[in-house]
Design a protein around this ligand. Structure first.
Ligand SMILES: [Zn+2]
Length: 210
């Protein structure tokens, strides 16, 4: 089974991808992880990518595509893609790599308001990196980490105005690709505000369509 996961920041894509990977016993292939691994192992592509990252530039599409192609060919049996495809070039390359093999594109959908509420309440320990949520996982003492007593802070990325910008950017970039898959008839919408296990079950049920 090959699954492509789509979802806005804060939708829980990483968590869902990991659970799904364990459940279906197929690897989760995240563009971010593949990129970091290539850089760490100083592969040819990794070294190329690094030269862009050091300048603070985006890693070009061709490099991302080559890295993902290597990975996709290596994992013929089945996998879950997270963070790929993000551009129409990547969409085309995925189609080439998959040939006649079918795959499901899952769109994890939820209201932006819910994502804003989730992300803007996130707090992180400066000392140990533990993650809290002021509503769902509040610390026992305000502003203090339960585990190590370190102080909690809010990431710049998690400020409400920044989240709104991130979401707007996501919608602008992802929507045309989601629409494309919708027209192709391989997109399945799954409500990301449901309980985790329910989300996993719906993704696994390939006849499910919202
Ligand atoms: Zn801590």
């Amino acid at each position: 089974m090959v699954i492509v996961l789509f979802g806005a920041p804060g939708v829980g894509k990483g968590t869902i991808g990991n659970l799904l990977s364990k459940d279906l016993k197929i690897p989760l292939v995240s563009t971010g992880d593949i990129l970091r691994r290539n850089v760490k192992e100083a592969t040819e592509l990794g070294s190329e990518a690094k030269s862009f990252m050091e300048k603070g530039a985006l890693v070009p599409d061709e490099i991302i595509i080559k890295m993902m192609q290597e990975e996709i060919f290596r994992l013929k049996g089945g996998f879950i893609l997270d963070g790929f495809p993000r551009t129409f070039n990547q969409v085309k390359e995925l189609e080439n790599a998959m040939g006649n093999n079918s795959y499901d594109v899952i769109n994890l959908k939820t209201e932006d308001d819910l994502l804003i509420k989730r992300l803007s309440n996130r707090r992180i320990c400066r000392n140990c990196g533990a993650i809290y949520h002021l509503i769902n996982i509040p610390p026992e003492r305000k502003g203090i980490c339960d585990k190590c007593g370190g102080s909690l802070y809010q990431r710049e990325d998690d400020r409400e105005d920044v989240i709104k910008e991130r979401l707007a950017l996501f919608h602008t970039k992802a929507q045309p690709i989601i629409d494309y898959y919708q027209e192709k008839g391989i997109l399945r919408n799954v409500d990301a505000s449901l309980p985790l296990q329910k989300i996993i079950d719906l993704i696994k049920d390939d006849s499910y369509q919202e």
